[in-house]
Design a protein around this ligand. Structure first.
Ligand code: SF4
Length: 374
């Protein structure tokens, strides 16, 4: 029999069995979990929410992940890439509105033109905004040289979701070819970290074939790789993907959301000073899903700054919200909802991961001590 929840939540180190118990909590017992996560958040990162203006740069992708609406073999979408001017305008909007940060996200591409354009945009955005924005890239797997080029051009953070820490499950979600190799993704996370990026990853929650033990292992994975930021949320199906054939095995959407909120809360307790995103997928299931994620322990939100005419073509999953909104509407609605949860918005702040700042300080101190022969 597992221990009482009160006792588990008082532990300094949570083991796998503890995590499984917490993930399985019913609605009544979850209340204590959420209260504990809220206290952990207040004590570590406070009640500030940081904005990341999201720019969905391109829906062209060389990959074919079985769950993703913009996978290469889905011919339904018109493929686009934003012009440099459109990216600069979106970044400028974030700058004028004191967002402090942007995210440039795209399907995975490694052609020369793509790499050079991103590099050029990084220099330009930093120059035009006088380094007032910290930039997160979410551009998939690249080689070390490319990661370095982009870092030197002024990228600060890199988000590369592992989607699941279970290699067998990963193989069920991706084609078995050289483009979709689990181990390469792990290596990429290590490379990003060694270059100096604030490194982020994430998983989908409520996937077919996924077990509670998988989810507990995902949480332990974040801890073991000492990640700086996490973006995770419910798996939401897209009808034009291979994974949709297994729809009779999907959990109800509500259950996927509740599981995701518990995962956010447990992660906040496990790694109190990391950045955790309240993801758009949560809002797809519940219009207040992202605000609920903030109350569960998240501290980052991503207003979508992609020009409205492209949003229809960046549908990673069914019913993605906000595709009709323009940037101003998305921002105003989000600000109001955040205030209602009792949070403040960190306008003009980079909102870097406190975990990253602490670990790099400690690493610097260790290196100096070793240099002095201590
Ligand atoms: S999940 Fe990313 S890499 Fe995979 S198909 Fe979609 S956009 Fe491409």
């Amino acid at each position: 029999m597992s221990e009482p929840v009160e006792k588990i939540l008082q532990k300094v180190d949570l083991g796998k069995e503890d995590l499984i118990t917490l993930i399985r909590l019913g609605p009544d017992e979850s209340r204590l979990l959420f209260e504990t996560a809220w206290k952990a958040k207040q004590a570590s990162v406070g009640n500030t929410v940081y904005f990341r203006g999201l720019i969905e740069y391109s829906n062209r992708c060389t990959k074919n992940c079985y769950y993703c609406g913009i996978r290469r073999h889905n011919t339904r979408y018109k493929r686009y890439r934003l012009t440099d001017l459109e990216v600069i305008e979106a970044a400028n909007y974030a700058y004028r509105n004191q967002f402090g940060s942007i995210v440039i996200q795209s399907g995975e591409n490694s052609d020369r033109q793509f790499i050079e354009t991103i590099e050029h945009l990084l220099w330009e955005i930093n120059r035009l905004t006088n380094h007032a924005l910290h930039i997160t890239l979410s551009l998939g797997e690249q080689n070390e040289k490319t990661y370095r080029r982009w870092f030197e051009a002024g990228a600060h953070r890199y988000l590369l979701r592992i989607e699941t820490s279970n290699p067998q499950l990963y193989r069920k979600l991706h084609p078995s070819d050289y483009r979709h190799v689990y181990e390469r993704r792990l290596e990429a996370l290590q490379t990003l970290r060694s270059i100096g990026y604030q490194t982020g990853t994430g998983v989908m929650i409520g996937l077919p074939f996924q077990t509670t033990e998988d989810l507990a292992n995902d949480l332990l994975f974040f801890h073991t790789v000492d990640i700086d930021m996490v973006g995770m949320g419910p798996y939401i199906e897209h009808a034009e993907t291979p994974l949709y054939h297994y729809r009779d095995q999907f959990l109800p959407l509500r259950e996927r959301l509740e599981l995701s909120l518990k995962m956010v809360a447990i992660l906040r307790i496990l790694m109190p000073d990391i950045n955790i995103a309240a993801t758009t997928a949560m809002q797809t299931i519940d219009p207040h899903g992202r605000e609920r994620a903030l109350l569960a322990g998240a501290n980052v939100m991503m207003p979508n700054l992609t020009p409205a005419r492209y949003k229809q073509s960046y549908l990673l999953y069914n019913d993605k919200p906000g595709i009709e909104d323009d940037a101003e509407e998305s921002k105003e609605a989000m600000e109001e909802n955040i205030r209602l949860t009792g949070h403040v918005i960190g306008f003009g702040e980079y909102g870097d991961s406190a975990h990253f700042l602490r670990r790099t300080k400690e690493e610097g101190r260790r290196t100096r001590d070793e240099g002095r022969g201590r």
